[in-house]
Design a protein around this ligand. Structure first.
Ligand SMILES: [Zn+2]
Length: 404
């Protein structure tokens, strides 16, 4: 049984590494094409960044595979044999948190390299060590509080019901909805400063746009994203009465007013088409599949791992396997999401104009140094947004292929 699991994981890692290598080959070629969308220096930098990220992905995939094998072969049985608490609930909560904490420490070097090596080298990351440190502390405290409470309830559910997986699913879904609701008003302000938009002119244009779309929101805010990263973004977050428009200060600084409104129009398109609800519904379906799967694991699996079939081992297996399962389901989700992006673009260009959205997208890509081309395999496996060239072509821009 153990070997079947390890082979499955190796296949998953193999596909990821193959896709990364194909992407590196593709971009190494595309790098020499005549630059489109981005300025020549940014085009080259973007290609360099993307290749560096893929190399990093290969390395971290290999490392994750070793980590997974370590847990499966001896880590789990060691942990459950050596860390024991009398109270069964405390036992499973403490072990799951310990498992996550060990994983966090073991993968921290990769996160440090990504933030302070890679993203600094290419000029994205502006975060200083102090901000990073306090971010980590805040996340850890929140994780222990809320994660601890979550695993506590989940352990109790697993221990109490025969069809625990169904109740566990309902509970997780409730938590996801709750987080979506409180995220913009409770969690974001813990990490960033939100200030009501000062530019009255822009604010009233945005409010007109919202009214046209028939949406109520609890305000338009600027977020000090620049203290961590130079990349631009905007979102329309929250559920119900917590809905609000959030513009990154980096976006306000770089875009003209009509471009900003086009980007916002795109975000409103998502709301108008109920894409956020659709996303939550498809995540719920994904979650239900996973719970049904993990609620019916055979006893023999636990025996071959040398652990008892209990809340702790079930939850940890869930955590260990979730990347693999979402990897399988992601292409489907991506397909739906890419279709929704085209429709949101249509709506955004209707709010302002195709030209405004095009020039905003081009500016975003140039500032974010996002390379406009990708290998088809990467697109199919991971992309939630269509490649920029395809989005711009749908909006009426044309790119000649003669120069390649
Ligand atoms: Zn979008």
């Amino acid at each position: 049984m153990i070997w079947i699991i390890l082979v499955l994981y190796a296949i998953y890692s193999g596909i990821k590494i193959y896709a990364a290598m194909a992407e590196i080959g593709y971009i190494s070629q595309a790098k020499n094409w005549k630059p489109v969308i981005l300025s020549a220096p940014n085009y080259e930098k973007a290609a360099g960044y993307k290749i560096a990220v893929q190399k990093f992905t290969i390395l971290s995939t290999l490392y994750d595979t070793a980590l997974f094998a370590g847990w499966i072969l001896f880590g789990l049985s060691y942990l459950s044999a050596h860390v024991i608490f009398e109270n069964t609930l405390i036992h499973s909560v403490a072990l799951v948190i310990l498992f996550i904490a060990i994983n966090y420490v073991l993968t921290l070097p990769f996160e440090l390299y990504q933030t302070f090596g890679l993203d600094k080298k290419f000029g994205f990351s502006t975060i200083d060590a102090k901000t990073f440190f306090f971010d980590q502390i805040k996340s850890a405290v929140m994780f222990i509080l809320f994660g601890g409470a979550f695993f506590w309830v989940m352990s109790a559910i697993i221990a109490s019901f025969n069809y625990w997986w169904f109740y566990g699913f309902l509970f997780s879904l409730g938590v996801i909805l709750f987080i979506n609701m409180i995220y913009p008003i409770v969690i974001v302000p813990l990490f960033n400063k939100l200030t009501p938009l000062e530019d009255e002119h822009l604010k009233s244009s945005i409010e007109t746009l919202l009214k046209q779309a028939g949406l109520k929101s609890s305000g338009v805010f600027s977020l000090d994203a620049s203290k961590r990263d130079n990349r631009l973004n905007a979102y329309f977050g929250g559920l119900g009465s917590s809905k609000r428009v959030v513009l990154f200060d980096t976006l306000i600084a770089k875009l003209e007013k009509h471009e900003l409104l086009a980007v916002l129009g795109h975000e409103l398109g998502h709301f108008k088409h109920k894409d956020i609800l659709k996303n939550i519904a498809s995540s719920a379906l994904m979650l239900l599949i996973m719970f049904a799967l993990f609620g019916n694991l055979p006893q023999s699996l636990f025996e071959s791992l040398h652990v008892k079939k209990e809340a702790f081992s079930i939850m940890v297996l869930f955590l260990l396997f979730s990347p693999l399962i979402s990897f399988v389901l992601m292409p489907l989700f991506g397909l739906m999401s890419r279709y929704n992006e085209y429709r949101a673009d249509e709506y955004g260009s209707m709010c302002e104009s195709k030209e405004a959205l095009c020039s905003a997208l081009v500016k975003l890509a140039d500032e974010n140094k996002s390379f406009p081309f990708s290998h088809p395999l990467s697109i199919a496996l991971y992309f939630t947004h269509p490649p920029l060239t395809q989005r711009l072509e749908k909006l009426g821009m044309h790119f000649s292929k003669e120069d390649r």
